[in-house]
Write a new protein. Structure first.
Length: 141
């Protein structure tokens, strides 16, 4: 089991949290729980409603969309963040390729942190806006 300090280092590399301070990341890390999933375990299932996201602490995960491989992700990657934020359906299926240690961030606990530290919500919104702008540039030029 990793320490909260290790969780903070992993969170620091997650694009969604790149605008967060060390104190912000510490609060997010405290809101999470470490889970171990063996190779072959389903983490998220495309089309299903989700209320949590996962940060890969150790291991690799396979991401598929409509049954086709999209990518393989490893340490520091985050999956499930859209459903964490909006309760919408999962946009991909994610399966553990190897045994994985994951930091589970559920919506209730993360929203509690956002209620406690409103400026953190502002930082997350700014990061999401930046991601949307980048996708817009890629799509429309």
């Amino acid at each position: 089991m990793a320490s909260k300090r290790a969780y903070i280092e992993h969170l620091r590399n997650v694009p969604l949290f790149q605008g967060c301070s060390g104190k912000d990341l510490e609060k997010i890390a405290k809101a999470g729980d470490e889970v171990h999933m063996p190779a072959g375990s389903l983490i998220v299932d495309q089309g299903q409603t989700g209320r949590e996201a996962f940060v890969v602490l150790d291991g690799t995960v396979l991401v598929k969309r409509n049954g086709k491989k999209v990518t393989t992700l490893g340490k520091g990657a985050m999956v499930g963040e859209l459903s964490l934020l909006d309760h919408g359906p999962r946009t991909a299926t994610v399966v553990c390729q190897t045994d994985c240690d994951l930091l589970l961030l559920d919506q209730r606990h993360l929203m509690g942190v956002l209620d406690e530290v409103p400026t953190l919500a502002h930082k997350l919104l700014a990061t999401l806006a930046g991601r949307i702008r980048e996708l817009d540039r890629q799509y429309y030029g």
